[in-house]
Write a protein that binds this ligand. Structure first.
Ligand code: SIN
Length: 543
């Protein structure tokens, strides 16, 4: 079997993936794989912008405090400090390299306001086209040495007892290949595609979480999925994001009885943290009322929000009525593959950065527009770390061999993806409770044989089935974490445990597959470990 050997394989096509690849490509041989086209990612869809304490009246410390408050004190404070302290200089570096953010008439950066920020600090570009503009700039900066292989999905990791040493892929022509690398970096985004209402690109289904978990990497904070309060609702579908910046410019939420539903609920009213706003909308919808974003007070809506204007017009929503129908949708996953600030996971040779990673920076609830800043700060840290590391593998891994299974391809009967998404929305969505989570877990467990034998059956399955099996496995892990955390904190709300519980403060629920090993946790405040029986660690049993 012949193998191509790279220094680094980066999986993903968003901002974290391309920034990492670009930094590394000066000195290393880098290959980028993406399961879809190179523009199909969440970064491209980002509307609001990039948060950064750059105003004269602002300080990194204020941004730090806002991030901790939104994150309900579940954050890793060191990561937050890196983000907020180093962010402004790194943003400046990007501006110096030609990225143009919107300016006010006097030529100063125009700063937007979003939920739970104590002041205006959101840089945006092309109004609400920030992600698109940044990605366009980033593609223009890409070194020739960065090759992006599109429509080739990583379906497995190559690991031996020592470390991760490459990936196995499947492309849209059904060709299966293996590629070796000294370092494999996951920068694949979150898991919004597990839910029926989401702002995420369709391709973002959390597959990398399953891949990492299966080879023994630690996953953490999976109970924390942030729902964005305002997705444009058309019929029973959520068709796209309506940026929080719209509320930042004066829009407010009301129900079909004309009541302004956020006033008096929280001191920040419509700009309260996202989990609070999403739950208020959820309750309105649950009681049979409709919810609208009233934009009557937003000046120059079409010019400031061209993407949303275009989305409304393509779905026949008349902006002149000033009312946009909304529903919350899965938006950002705070949990992920556990990493330290350098993107190292608990598996040698495997790294994660951006939304797929969890270095604790967002806590239980991400502060708006902190994720593009996260990509900027932590991609650079990861790249610097790899550039300072020994760059070649010192041993020869054994050839990857297919394992055989007695499970026959035709006996594999999977649910429709939409059924999984509906159940996740209903039982592991904005409001959760024990009974619902148990129902969901017991349904998911009926597919356990498939994910347990996936390494053996994968080579005989088409991509959609492989992906769906990974989605079922990740959903199971999410539901298990949500069941275990018997309190409400940030984006995780349990109707049967509706309050924050001090006993859960700074405690993380982690999943690690390997049994009886000395669990390596890269975050210092990790206290709880599910599924693995780890020496010296408290083990949480969950059904
Ligand atoms: C938004 O524009 O509302 C999304 C920004 C974010 O999620 O950071």
């Amino acid at each position: 079997m012949s193998h191509t050997q790279y220094d680094v394989i980066v999986v993903g096509s968003g901002m974290s993936a391309l920034l990492t690849a670009n930094y590394l490509s000066k000195h290393m041989n880098v290959m980028v794989f993406t399961k879809s086209g190179k523009h199909e990612n969440n970064s491209f869809l980002a509307q609001g912008g990039v948060a950064g304490a750059i105003a004269k009246t602002d300080s990194w410390n204020q941004h730090y405090m806002d991030t901790l408050i939104a994150g309900c004190d579940h954050n890793n404070k060191y990561s937050v400090q890196l983000l907020t302290k180093q962010g402004p200089a790194m943003l400046q570096e990007i501006i110096d390299n030609g990225m143009k953010f919107d300016e006010d008439p006097s030529g100063n950066l125009s700063l937007g306001m979003e939920g739970a920020h104590s002041m205006r600090r959101i840089l945006h570009a092309g109004g609400d086209q920030t992600g698109k503009k940044i990605m366009k700039w980033l593609h223009s900066q890409l070194k020739e040495s960065v090759t992006i292989l599109e429509h080739e999905t990583v379906v497995n990791l190559l690991v031996d007892s020592e470390r991760c040493y490459g990936v196995k892929t499947l492309n849209t022509l059904g060709q299966r290949r293996t590629y070796r690398a000294t370092h494999v970096v996951f920068a694949t985004g979150g898991a919004g595609g597990l839910y029926s209402y989401t702002s995420n690109n369709n391709s973002v289904t959390g597959m990398a979480l399953a891949l990492a978990y299966r080879v023994g990497a630690t996953l953490t904070d999976l109970e924390f999925m942030q729902f964005h309060p305002t997705m444009l609702r058309v019929g029973d579908k959520a068709v796209g994001l309506i940026s929080e910046a719209v509320r930042g410019e004066g829009a407010y939420l009301m129900n079909n009885e004309g009541k302004s539903i956020m006033s008096g609920v929280h001191p920040l009213n419509d700009l309260a943290p996202r989990d609070i706003v999403s739950r208020v909308i959820f309750n309105e919808l649950d009681q049979g009322r409709e919810v609208f974003l009233n934009i009557e007070h937003v000046r120059n809506f079409e010019a400031r929000f061209p993407t949303i204007t275009q989305m409304c017009s393509s779905h026949g929503i008349n902006l002149a009525n000033k009312l946009l129908p909304v529903v919350p949708g899965a938006h950002f996953f705070m949990g992920g593959i556990e990493t330290n600030e350098n993107g190292e996971t608990s598996i040698e040779g495997l790294y994660a950065v951006g939304e797929v990673a969890c270095n604790g920076v967002h806590g239980a609830n991400r502060l708006a527009s902190n994720s593009l800043l996260e990509a900027i700060v932590f991609s650079k840290k990861l790249a610097e770390h790899l550039l300072n590391k020994e760059s070649t593998i010192q041993w020869m891994p054994t050839d990857y061999r297919e394992k055989l299974s007695s499970l026959k391809r035709e006996t594999i009967i999977l649910p429709a993806k939409e059924e999984l998404q509906k159940k996740m929305m209903k039982y592991a969505g904005i409001v959760r409770n024990k009974n619902g989570l148990l129902k969901l877990i017991s349904w998911l467990k009926t597919y356990q044989t498939y994910w347990e034998s996936l390494d053996e059956i994968e080579s005989s399955l088409p991509l959609e089935k492989i992906e769906l099996i990974y989605m079922l496995q990740v959903s199971y892990l999410i539901a298990s974490s949500a069941l275990n955390r018997e309190e409400s904190r940030g984006a995780h709300f349990r109707l049967d445990f509706p309050y924050l519980n001090e006993n859960w403060k700074q405690k993380r629920i982690m999943h690690q597959k390997k049994q009886n090993i000395s669990c390596k946790s890269v975050l210092t405040n990790a206290l709880f470990v599910a599924d693995a029986k780890c020496k010296g660690e408290k083990t949480v049993e969950y059904i």
